[in-house]
Ligand binder design. Structure first.
Ligand SMILES: O=C(CO)[C@@H](O)[C@H](O)COP(=O)(O)O
Length: 223
């Protein structure tokens, strides 16, 4: 499996959002879109109208990460807006399987996010219903935080279960992913990598993406 590199537009210049997303087209696999509601997390970013507008400005697949309460109410609209993958938080959702089915019926992939303080074990049995599982390697809410290597045990647990049950699922890591952390995440079993600061804070975002991809690819499969 090839690595997926998904730059988080949270670290981009919001006054030039369309150009910032277009700048990673061709180099990145997905654009990671962080939706925060100042309720599930103490930060407020962008919502559905922005995603709908942005969808018209680029062809890159959108990897929408909903850090919101009540994802049952809002998530399907992101799928209908053309998101490739819609990820909602385990901590915010009463029936993840039902929402995953709804998202797939609405035309997107379905992802489940596990925040820093949430164990992954109770969710391993849900893997067959998911296309992606996003393991937070920080506490959700803000970019630019330090990577937490202790979160990689969750990645190892998911990778093990996916291998045992022969499941096709992308294991995504998010938070502090950069040239000095991506290799350990790849070795643990991650195969999709969200990087905000490391891409948009770089002088050449496309080159930063190529570097991250090469580092991850060299270590994937080593779990
Ligand atoms: O979901 C989040 C923050 O909650 C992330 O997507 C961050 O945006 C990643 O930023 P960096 O840690 O890569 O700067």
């Amino acid at each position: 499996m090839e690595p997926i590199i998904a730059p988080s537009i949270l670290a981009s210049d919001f006054s030039r959002l369309a150009e910032e997303v277009q700048a990673i087209e061709g180099a990145a696999d997905w654009a990671h879109v962080d939706v925060m509601d100042n309720h599930f997390v103490p930060n407020l970013t962008i919502g559905l109208p922005v995603v709908q507008s942005l969808r018209k400005a680029t062809s890159i697949p959108f990897d929408v990460h909903l850090m919101i309460t009540d994802p049952q109410r809002w998530a399907p609209a992101y799928a209908e807006a053309g998101a490739y993958n819609v990820t909602f938080h385990a901590e915010a959702c009463e029936d993840p399987v039902a929402l995953a089915k709804t998202l797939r019926a609405a035309g997107s992939k379905a992802g489940l996010a596990i925040d820093r303080d949430t164990p992954v074990e109770p969710y391993l049995e849900l893997l067959p219903y998911l296309d992606t599982i996003l393991i937070m390697t920080i506490k959700a809410g803000f970019g630019g935080q330090a990577f937490m290597p202790e979160m990689l045990d969750k990645v190892r647990d998911v990778r093990r279960r996916a291998q045992i049950n022969d499941l096709e699922i992308r294991i995504e890591v998010d938070g502090g992913i950069a040239a000095d952390t991506i290799e350990q995440a790849a070795e643990a079993g991650a195969d999709a990598f969200v990087a905000g600061t490391a891409v948009y804070g770089a002088a050449d975002p496309a080159e930063a993406i190529r570097n991250l991809r090469a580092l991850a690819a060299a270590r994937m499969g080593g779990a």
